[in-house]
Write a protein that binds this ligand. Structure first.
Ligand code: KG4
Ligand code: ZN
Length: 354
């Protein structure tokens, strides 16, 4: 029963988890712990990198202890120790990376360097229903909005992306505009519950093609953000916050669902997977399910607990690498704030990727 201890500190969540493959073939999270720094960053309206790194240093040792004792495991017994090494805040990434590599060396266990987005993609393998490739993934987080086709052999191809803000970033910025605080996604979702999502007409952000027309699967959220600002400016006090939040949430959901389904249909993909922090959004989960059902497209969404950043998804990605023959990365592997998913294989070369 292969098992991996995984560490994640790429942004503002410190996390550790122990993930293993059960005899019946399912992935099991034996223990997963997260120390969120959200309250601290909320005071500043966003993540302060220096604070994030310091809090990771303080939180991670206890989280590792808790995970090991909860799963009654010893470091000598795990098959590998994994840590997110890219992309993310460099100083924050360093905490899990250095901790993981040190534990690997001390306990003579292989070290697996994990790409954060590969972790998000693997989170769906922790769901009850596991997707069968080929499928299309809608990856929606605070830093990325991408449509990725996963082939039968696991090869990935990006078919769509945002040209400016990621969907989560748009939630965070609009929440700030509406005075709803940080992180914006959950705050907008809560405010939108009692609102009318059709009250304000907002743009669906399209990317023009040089030959005319629009890119069918690419996204743009910066115009929507500006439109929200104009709409807010045109209101008199008190602001109709619930209707504004609901109208914003509705248009983001419509755009994400429309373009994902169109991309899946155009490429003959019968299954749609959704992962990333924004995949925690209720209206998005519900609309995607309904619209996909109507079109005969199967849907797999990451479990709610593993949508926003966590270490279980990093463990799942590491375990999948382990099972496909990866036996460790260089202990000299550093961290990288920017590293594309297409280059994730390079983390497993003998020479460190960075
Ligand atoms: O995946 P994640 O935890 O971190 C990144 O890798 O970026 O995603 C964080 C993003 C934030 O922008 C947050 O506002 C958004 O996910 N988010 C949500 C919800 N929960 C988190 N967006 C919409 N609705 C939610 N319920
Ligand atoms: Zn993430």
């Amino acid at each position: 029963m292969p098992s991996v201890l995984a560490l994640e500190t790429s942004c503002d969540e410190s996390a550790a988890a122990l993930v293993c493959r059960r005899a019946d073939g399912r992935l099991e999270v034996q223990s997963a712990r997260i120390a969120s720094q959200v309250e601290e960053h909320a005071r500043w309206g966003g993540v302060v990198p220096e604070i994030a790194s310091r809090r990771h240093v303080e939180a991670l040792p206890d989280l590792i202890d808790q995970v090991l004792s909860e799963s009654r495991a010893m470091l000598e017994e795990v098959d590998a120790i994994a840590a997110t090494v890219a992309p993310g805040l460099a100083g924050a990434l360093m905490v899990a990376s250095v901790t993981g590599r040190t534990l690997s060396a001390l306990h003579d266990r292989p070290f697996l360097a994990v790409h954060h987005l590969e972790g998000h993609l693997a989170s769906v393998h922790l769901a009850e229903h596991r997707p069968q490739p080929p499928y299309l993934v809608l990856l929606v987080s605070g830093g990325h909005t991408e449509l990725i086709r996963v082939a039968v052999d696991g090869a990935m191809k990006r078919l769509g992306r945002s040209h400016d803000d990621a969907a989560g970033e748009a939630f965070d910025k609009v929440a700030r505009l509406l005075g709803l605080g940080y992180p914006g996604g959950p705050a907008i979702q809560a405010a939108a519950e009692s609102g009318d999502g059709r009250r304000f007409k907002l743009p669906k952000g399209r990317i023009s093609l040089p030959e005319g027309g629009f890119h069918p699967y690419d996204f743009s959220f910066s115009g929507l953000k500006t439109a929200m600002l104009r709409t807010v400016e045109a209101q008199s006090n008190p602001l109709p916050t619930a209707d504004l939040a609901a109208s914003f949430e509705q248009v983001v959901v419509d755009v994400l669902v429309d373009r994902s389904l169109r991309c899946a249909m155009d490429h003959g993909l019968e299954e749609l997977v959704m992962v990333g922090g924004v995949a925690a959004n209720c209206r998005l989960r519900c609309t995607l399910q309904k619209r996909s059902d109507a079109m005969g497209v199967r849907v797999s969404v990451a479990p709610l607990a593993y949508c926003t950043d966590n270490a279980a998804m990093i463990g799942a990605a590491a375990l999948l690498r382990w099972e496909s023959g990866a036996r460790g990365c260089s202990w000299r592997t550093g961290v990288s704030a920017r590293w594309s998913l297409a280059q994730a294989d390079r983390l497993y070369n003998e020479q460190p990727a960075f």
